[in-house]
Design a protein. Structure first.
Ligand code: SF4
Ligand code: SF4
Length: 127
């Protein structure tokens, strides 16, 4: 999956910020909190998901070419799985370009609708 020097040490997926999840929890939200590092479902849900949108060119230039789709529209996927994702869905995963992942990846949060849809598709708990 990843570019060794950029391997995400602590967080994963189309991912989510654990900090946001913690904040949500501390605010007594009823939203479920999941461990993205033990998931990765949203990074292996649809080849249409990890697309480029509002990124600056400089940010996109930092994504290794091997992970970029041939038409430059987003991340290269193998089936529905982002090529930058490593590990086993539902067990242990990581993003190989975490620091420069696309904006849509930053937007997906544990427990939100997209997260739950992806987790459901992989047979992972949603509550
Ligand atoms: S770049 Fe790929 S592996 Fe990384 S967060 Fe986005 S979809 Fe997941
Ligand atoms: S599906 Fe949800 S819990 Fe799983 S990696 Fe994505 S945001 Fe995190």
């Amino acid at each position: 999956m990843p570019q060794d020097t950029d391997r995400n040490p602590a967080e994963p997926g189309l991912f989510a910020l654990a900090a946001a999840a913690s904040l949500s929890s501390s605010q007594h939200s009823t939203a479920p909190v999941f461990d993205c590092q033990s998931c990765g479902a949203c990074c292996s849900y649809s080849a249409e998901w990890p697309r480029f949108s509002t990124e600056e060119d400089a940010q996109l230039d930092r994504i290794p070419e091997k992970y970029v789709a041939a038409n430059l529209s987003g991340m290269r996927c193998e089936g529905v799985r982002c090529s930058a994702l490593s590990g086993e869905i539902g067990k242990s995963t990581a993003c190989g370009i975490y620091e420069v992942r696309p904006d849509v990846c930053r937007a997906c949060m544990p427990g939100d609708d997209d997260c739950l849809m992806a987790r459901r598709a992989h047979g992972l708990p949603t509550s």
